[in-house]
Design a protein around this ligand. Structure first.
Ligand code: 13P
Length: 249
């Protein structure tokens, strides 16, 4: 079922005390109704965040996971561990993971499968770099990322995924895709899903936009027909702006 979603990706920001303070402040704010609100703090925050969120309607996401259940993978965290502390969603394929940690769509597809098998929901990120956009390759790149990372799933499994379109050139740069640019790619993602699966599935998946979303540009973006909300970086680190985004539909 297509949902309106605002998810805050805290990335590698805030120590535990600062994170608890941010959550307390978010909980104090009025948030949008009928909007699924999700926070994705660093691993170290997840247990305490779950305790703080347990009687609220804010969902909890991790920013990554490993593709195996357990074993000799120093420094890694499994989906089983995430599930045991109450995590419900996992961000996968973020461009920062693709670029700095050399994760390609095939590697990400194993994580997607593992998250789905464990009953959690992937938030699968895709998006082109500035060079790719300038070369007019963005549709091709996005189709490839979807095909290699996500389309191994069957229809029911795909319906458990959330997709985030995050043009790399708009992340943390202050430069946002225009509503027209974002809508064009979101419609393309839906069309690509429709040709691989069917139109009903394509219309049922929530597709979020990410990249310099803030209160001043969110309403225009979130009201595009194929944009179901946002995956937010910087503006998710301030309670008031994050809460405002949940009311920007
Ligand atoms: P910014 O909102 O800071 O551009 O980050 C977007 C993002 O990468 C969310 O995952």
């Amino acid at each position: 079922m297509r949902q309106k979603i605002v998810a805050g990706n805290w990335k590698m920001n805030l120590d535990l005390v600062e994170g608890e303070e941010l959550l307390t402040n978010i909980l104090d704010q009025e948030r949008g109704k009928d909007v699924v609100t999700i926070v994705a703090p660093p691993y170290i925050h997840l247990s305490s965040a779950k305790r703080m969120l347990s009687h609220t309607n804010i969902g909890l996401a991790a920013q990554n996971c490993h593709n195996q259940t357990s074993g000799a993978y120093t420094g890694e965290v499994s989906v089983k561990m995430l599930k045991s502390v109450g995590v419900e969603y996992v961000i996968l394929g973020h461009s920062e993971r693709r670029e700095y940690f050399k994760e390609d769509s095939l590697a990400i597809s194993f994580k997607v499968n593992h998250v789905i098998e464990n009953g959690l929901r992937p938030i699968y990120c895709c998006g082109e770099t500035l060079t790719e956009r300038k070369d007019g390759q963005h549709f091709e790149i996005i189709e490839k990322q979807l095909t290699e990372g996500l389309f191994q799933l069957n229809e029911i499994e795909l319906l458990n995924c959330i997709i985030a379109y995050e043009p790399v050139w708009a992340i943390g740069t202050g430069e946002t895709a225009s509503p027209e640019q974002a809508q064009e790619v979101h419609a393309f993602i839906r069309k690509t899903i429709a040709s691989q699966y069917n139109a009903i599935t394509a219309n049922s998946v929530s597709i979020l936009y990410g990249g310099s979303v803030k209160p001043s540009n969110a309403v225009e973006l979130f009201n595009c027909p194929d944009i179901d909300g946002g995956l937010i970086g910087g503006a998710a680190l301030q309670a008031e702006s994050f809460a405002t985004l949940t009311k920007s539909f």
